[in-house]
Design a protein around this ligand. Structure first.
Ligand code: PEP
Ligand code: MG
Length: 477
C-alpha cells in the first residue's frame, strides 16, 4: 500500500456510478489482467491501467472487478462505452502514476471523473452521501422506465437501446427500451478465432430478433478499424486507424466477409423486425456498392431456395461529415438515418475520441455540429424517412430537449440512460424544445449555446442541477 493519503485526481467520468474498492495496478501500457483480479476479502477490485479497449472490458471478471481507471482514453472511447453497458463505473484519461499502489483503497466516481486514493473518513462520508443521492435519482428515473417517451403536449419519440452483446438484450427490454437502436456487432469478430461463420451469426441474429420481436432491432454491419484485428483477415496495423480501412470500407474490401454477415442477417430477418445500418459511409458511391452486394446475396439466397426477410430496412450511420453534406442525395436511397454522433464529432472537430488530451474540446454544442444535425434531419424528413441519433450525446438527459426540438425521431442510448432521458422527455413540451433548438441554431459560439442550454434547463428543469456535458453522461449523480 502506498504512503499516499487522501489524494484526489480528476479524469473523465465515462461510465456513471460510484465504486469503492481496492486498486490493482497493471503494468504500464498493458491491459493484460492475467490472473490479477483476485478479490480483497470480498471488496471489489478497481483496475488501474494504461488503457482498456472494449474487448478488454468484456473480458473482465465482473464478479471481482467493480470499476476501472485508465491513464489514456477519451470521452467516447470504446472501453467507456462497454463499461456503461456492463454497468460498472469507469474513469478514463486520469494518469495516477506513482500515486497509487496495488491494495490502496480507491473510490471512483464515474460521473464526475473523481478518483480518491486512500480517502479520509470525511471524504468517505461525503462520497457515501453522493452515492445515496445517486441511488435516489436512479430510483426516481426507474419510475419512468416503462412509461412512453411522450412530451407534455403529446409528442412521442422512440427511446431505444445501444447494445454490444446479445446477453444485454433482455436487460434492455426490461430496462424500458422500445427496441434495439444499435446492435454493435464487432465483439463477435474479435473474441473468437477469426471471423464468425454464417451459421454462428444466423443463430445469434435469430435469437436477438426473435427475443425482441415485435419491437425493431437495428443491427450495424461490421464497424472495425485497423486498430482491432480480426484473426485471418490479414489487416495491417495502420498509423491512423480512425482514418483507415474502417467501417463499410473494410466490408467493401472484404466482400466475402461482408456477404457472410449479410446472408446471416437476411436469413434471420424472418424471425423479427430487422433494420440494417451501414457504418462510416461517406458517399453515394459507397452506399451503392454496399447495396449492390446486398442485392447479390438476396439473389443468391433466392436461388438456393433459402427463406429471407422481405421487409428489411436499410439505413445509414451519418458519422462522416462528407455524408452529411450530401445527406439529401443519400436520403433518397435508404430507409432511415442514424446520426453516429461520437464519430461525427470526432471527424467534424478533428478530435481523436480516444485521446484524453483533447477531451475538453469535445463539444456537442459546437455550431458546426448543431447545423449538421439540423441538416441531416431536414434531408431525411424531406423525403419522409426517420432520422435518429445514437452515441453518447443521445443518452444525456440534458440534451434531450434540444434533440427533440431538432426533430429527431429516435434516440438510441446505453440502457442505463433510458430512465433519465424518458423523465426529461416527459417533463418537456415540444413547443419549448423547438424554441430551444431554434435559438441554439442561431448561435455562432459553442460557449453561448451552452449558456443558452443551461438557462433553459434552469428555467424548465430546475432539478437538473449540473451543467450538461458529455462527460457527465447522466448529469445527476
Ligand atoms: C457513433 O459513432 O456515434 C456510434 C454510435 O458508434 P460507435 O461509438 O460504435 O463508433
Ligand atoms: Mg461510430
Amino acid at each position: 500500500m502506498s504512503q499516499n493519503h487522501d489524494v484526489r485526481k480528476i479524469g473523465l467520468g465515462v461510465s456513471p456510478g460510484i465504486c469503492s474498492g481496492r486498486a490493482v495496478v497493471l503494468a504500464d501500457e498493458s491491459s493484460d489482467q492475467g490472473g490479477r483480479q483476485d478479490g480483497f476479502g470480498g471488496e471489489p477490485v478497481i483496475l488501474v491501467g494504461y488503457d482498456f479497449s472494449g474487448e478488454d472490458v468484456l473480458s473482465m471478471d465482473l464478479d471481482t472487478v467493480g470499476g476501472f481507471v485508465t491513464a489514456a482514453g477519451g470521452v467516447t472511447a470504446p472501453g467507456g462505452i462497454v463499461a456503461q453497458a456492463a454497468g460498472i463505473p469507469a474513469v478514463m484519461g486520469c494518469p495516477l502514476g506513482d500515486a497509487v499502489k496495488t491494495g490502496d483503497h480507491l473510490i471512483i466516481d464515474g460521473t464526475s471523473g473523481e478518483v480518491h486514493i486512500n480517502p479520509s473518513p470525511e471524504v468517505i462520508e461525503w462520497v457515501n452521501q453522493r452515492r445515496s443521492q445517486y441511488r435516489s435519482c436512479q430510483a426516481e428515473m426507474a419510475g419512468h422506465l416503462h412509461l412512453p417517451a411522450e412530451t407534455r403536449d403529446g409528442w412521442k419519440v422512440d427511446v431505444v437501446a445501444n447494445v454490444d452483446l446479445a446477453d444485454a438484450i433482455p436487460g434492455a427490454i426490461t430496462g424500458g427500451a422500445g427496441g434495439i437502436g444499435l446492435f454493435r456487432s464487432e465483439f463477435y469478430y474479435l473474441t473468437g478465432d477469426g471471423a464468425p461463420s454464417e451459421e454462428f451469426l444466423f443463430t445469434l441474429y435469430q435469437h436477438v430478433l426473435s427475443s425482441v420481436s415485435p419491437l425493431p432491432v437495428t443491427i450495424r454491419t461490421l464497424d472495425l478499424s485497423g486498430g482491432s484485428q480480426v484473426q485471418g483477415l490479414g489487416q495491417t496495423l495502420e498509423q491512423n486507424p480512425a482514418l483507415g480501412l474502417k467501417g463499410i470500407r473494410l466490408s467493401l474490401a472484404h466482400p466475402a466477409l461482408f456477404k457472410t454477415q449479410l446472408r446471416a442477417l437476411y436469413r434471420a430477418a424472418v424471425f423479427g423486425r430487422l433494420r440494417i445500418v451501414l457504418p462510416m459511409v461517406s458517399s453515394l458511391d459507397e452506399l451503392r456498392l454496399a447495396k449492390g452486394i446486398i442485392a447479390e446475396i438476396k439473389i443468391e439466397l433466392g436461388h438456393e431456395g433459402v427463406r429471407i426477410g422481405d421487409d428489411v430496412e436499410i439505413g445509414l450511420m451519418l458519422e462522416v461529415p462528407a455524408a452529411v453534406v450530401v445527406a439529401d442525395h443519400l436520403a433518397r436511397e435508404v430507409d432511415f438515418f442514424s446520426i453516429g454522433i461520437n464519430d461525427l464529432l470526432q471527424y467534424t472537430l478533428a478530435l481523436d475520441r480516444v485521446n484524453g488530451r483533447v477531451a475538453d474540446l469535445y463539444e456537442p454544442l459546437d455550431p458546426a455540429v448543431m447545423r449538421m444535425i439540423h441538416q441531416v434531419v431536414q434531408a431525411g424528413h424531406g423525403v419522409g424517412i426517420d432520422v435518429g441519433i445514437c452515441g453518447e450525446m443521445a443518452g444525456n438527459p440534458a440534451y434531450a430537449p434540444l434533440l427533440l426540438g431538432l426533430g429527431l425521431d429516435f434516440l438510441s442510448m446505453p440502457v442505463t440512460s433510458i430512465g433519465g432521458v424518458k423523465q426529461m422527455v416527459r417533463e418537456s413540451s415540444l413547443e419549448d424544445c423547438s424554441g430551444l433548438a431554434d435559438s441554439l441554431l442561431q448561435h455562432y459560439s459553442a460557449q453561448a449555446a451552452r449558456g443558452c442550454l443551461q438557462d433553459y434547463l434552469a428555467a424548465h428543469h430546475p432539478h437538473m442541477d449540473q451543467p450538461p456535458s458529455v462527460m457527465e453522461c447522466h448529469g445527476r449523480a
